[in-house]
Design a protein around this ligand. Structure first.
Ligand SMILES: *Cc1c(COP(=O)(O)O)cnc(C)c1O
Length: 409
């Protein structure tokens, strides 16, 4: 590896990797590396300082106050930006805070077109807060229906909020087609790319303006931090986001930036294993007699399989299924599982299971859930890095318990 001395960096003696474009797996390791400190430590240090001293009244160092900029946060932000192929990123205290930061870009009384079945926390900010505080209005549309999107556009429409795949039913949006329409109408686009991580989907290359992540999921990857990040596709947007972040100050702290950056180093190997495991799990479930339906865009039987092949690297590491059983049966399934743990999150190295009806989507009414296709027999699996044979054996045991101990069919 060729290292050369950096010219303009404020960290004395910092080294910078040559600017040669690298493949994704290499970038997951080496992006952010230029923030190595003077002693050439192989990993950037955690800068806990709130303030950085100045030499004179005329001194304008890159780092002055950590709410504005912090070297550990910079290292992490530049790494995610490099993976998403954006111009820069802003790290936030949580995923929902990253969403709130994006919404700060909008003027008062703006209208936002939102993907049907959007993440519950996004819905909550839009409906319970922004609609009251900023006069924001929303239209929820299936963003694959471009005629419906066009019909929903109003003079005050400022943003289209995309989520693909959606949670938990893994519906995709044709990102390229939608962004062409949005761009022609002068409307900003932002995608929640949490379920894919930059490994699986690079939305900026498909025409999106902003990419948002809950770093609590695949970016961190170890279920040990809460964070969010917004990646900008243009310098103008980055500048505005940095100003918002500095003004509202809901920034990611240096310890969590360190953890996220550390997690990122293995993103490529984690995602490769998790997505391959998920495909195997989906194929197993697809033919299981206790399973009514499997939702996984990487299966040939998924109605958007062709779109998945076009815009994603794999079907992802989340699989949803509707099972043949009642609540008691599903409780037996949960108890019988030894590897898949019942949890609210996803995206960690360990396999997890979520009951959308009573967990992630519990704040919605039965009617709202019904309209979204969320039924009481729906389970969402976040597939981890364990050996796929053990995962399938675990699910087989769980499904046998669901059916009262006997396997039918
Ligand atoms: C978890 C999640 C969020 C919110 O992120 P937090 O880090 O929990 O605030 C947003 N979008 C999606 C798709 C998520 O899964």
């Amino acid at each position: 590896m060729r290292l050369c001395h950096s010219g303009g960096l404020s960290l004395p003696g910092a080294l910078i990797m040559s600017d040669k474009p690298r493949h994704f797996a290499t970038r997951t390791l080496h992006a952010g590396e230029r923030y190595r400190a003077a002693d050439n430590a192989i990993f950037p240090p955690i800068f806990t300082a709130s303030s950085f001293t100045k030499r004179s009244l005329d001194d304008t160092p890159a780092y002055a106050y950590s709410r504005v900029a912090n070297p550990t946060r910079d290292a992490y932000e530049s790494a995610v930006a490099a993976l998403e192929e954006g111009v820069g990123a802003v790290a936030c205290a949580s995923g929902v805070n990253a969403t709130a930061t994006v919404l700060e870009l909008l003027p008062k009384d703006a209208h936002v077109i939102v993907m049907n079945g959007v993440y519950g926390g996004t819905f909550r900010i839009l409906e319970d807060f922004r609609s009251h505080t900023s006069g924001l209005t929303t239209s929820y549309v299936d963003l694959n229906d471009l005629a419906a999107v066009s019909a929903a556009i109003r003079p005050e429409t400022q943003l289209i909020w995309i989520e693909s795949p959606t949670n938990p039913l893994l519906q995709l949006v044709d990102i390229k087609a939608l962004c062409e329409l949005a761009r022609a109408r002068g409307i900003l686009t932002c995608i929640d790319n949490t379920f894919c991580s930059p490994w699986n989907q690079r939305p900026l290359a498909l025409g999106v303006d902003l990419v948002m992540h809950s770093a609590s999921k695949y970016i961190g990857g170890h279920s040990d931090l809460t964070g969010g990040i917004v990646v900008a596709g243009s310098e103008a947007l980055l500048k505005r986001l940095r100003r918002i972040s500095m003004a509202i100050g809901a920034v990611q702290g240096p310890f969590d930036c360190y953890l996220a950056l550390r997690g990122l180093k293995t993103l490529d190997v984690r995602m490769e294993r998790q997505c391959a495991n998920a495909l195997r799990v989906a194929r197993f479930l697809e033919h299981h007699p206790q399973v009514e339906h499997v939702y996984y865009p990487g299966l040939e039987s998924h109605p958007q399989f062709a779109l998945c092949q076009r815009q994603m690297r794999s079907g992802g590491a989340v699989v949803a299924m509707k099972v043949k059983g009642d609540r008691a049966g599903m409780n037996r399934l949960v108890e019988a599982l030894q590897l898949f743990v019942l949890a609210d999150s996803l995206g960690g190295v360990e396999s997890m299971l979520n009951h959308s009806w009573s967990m992630s989507h519990c704040s919605l009414s039965a009617e709202q859930k019904g309209a979204m296709g969320i039924t009481e027999n729906l389970l969402r699996l976040s597939v981890g890095v364990e050996d796929h044979r053990d995962l399938i054996e675990d699910l087989a045991a769980g499904l046998a318990a669901l059916g009262g101990g006997q396997t039918r069919g």
